[in-house]
Design a protein around this ligand. Structure first.
Ligand SMILES: O=C(O)c1ccccc1NCC(=O)[C@H](O)[C@H](O)COP(=O)(O)O
Length: 216
């Protein structure tokens, strides 16, 4: 029996939902610091959420192409991870990791076989890879869009590369996603456990984690 997959619940904005995700068995929680997101939390709110998560669940702050001052400000709050979800180059990811002194998860958009081939460039500079659906050209944000991608594309990924699967996952499709793709070691969800953009639902969180853990 394979180890159960790691589950990340992304876009948590309140202590109440943080507690719910932890009680439901989440391994990681994600806090989005990106103004155009319906899940955006301020630096001040981040501080409270990260402190409340410490010692209970791994915390991950999600940034998009951050400048050095933003990286320093977020790193000072002591998250376990910083997730980079923008067009950051491997060189920039390496520089952020050195400056932040935290573990870095690099999110990469997948929409074609070429995108899968591009993953290799980040393996030495990021501590973890998250594979997400490539956003449509008119999207107002690079993630959290509730869109899946063609999971069969990951058949072209080097079998030795561990990754978290993301993009349009829900309580209803997460088991299929885990069984269809070369098993990811983790899954990540935002929209699929919400009743409206940014409105997380405790029952959906519980169902997602239950179904993911049962499949992995
Ligand atoms: O969640 C957001 O609003 C967001 C905004 C900007 C960049 C990334 C964002 N989310 C990143 C995540 O890790 C999401 O969990 C991932 O994209 C999957 O989202 P969903 O398809 O909604 O489950």
């Amino acid at each position: 029996m394979a180890d159960p997959v790691i589950v990340k619940i992304c876009g948590i904005k309140s202590l109440d939902l943080l507690d719910a995700a932890i009680e439901a068995g989440a391994d990681m929680v994600g806090f989005v610091h990106f103004m155009r997101s319906p899940r955006h939390v301020s630096i001040e709110e981040l501080g409270g959420l990260i402190s409340a998560a410490r010692g209970r669940v791994e915390s991950c702050v999600l940034l998009v192409n951050p400048d050095n001052s933003c990286v320093a400000e977020v790193a000072a709050l002591g998250p376990d991870w910083i997730q980079l979800h923008g067009p950051e180059t491997p060189h920039r990811v390496e520089a952020i990791r050195a400056e932040a002194g935290t573990q870095i998860m690099k999110a990469l958009p997948i929409g074609s076989a070429d995108d899968v081939a591009h993953v290799a460039a980040f393996l030495d500079v990021a501590d973890r890879i998250l594979l997400d659906a490539k956003p449509p050209k008119n999207a107002d944000r690079p993630g959290g869009l509730g869109e899946t991608f063609d999971w069969s594309l990951l058949g072209g990924l080097d079998p030795s590369v561990p990754f978290m699967l993301s993009g349009g996952l829900t309580p209803d499709n997460v088991a299929e996603a885990i069984r269809t793709v070369r098993p990811p070691f983790g899954v990540d969800v935002s929209s699929g456990v919400e009743t409206a953009p940014g409105v997380k639902n405790k029952k959906l969180i519980e169902a997602f984690i239950r179904n993911a853990k049962a499949a992995g």
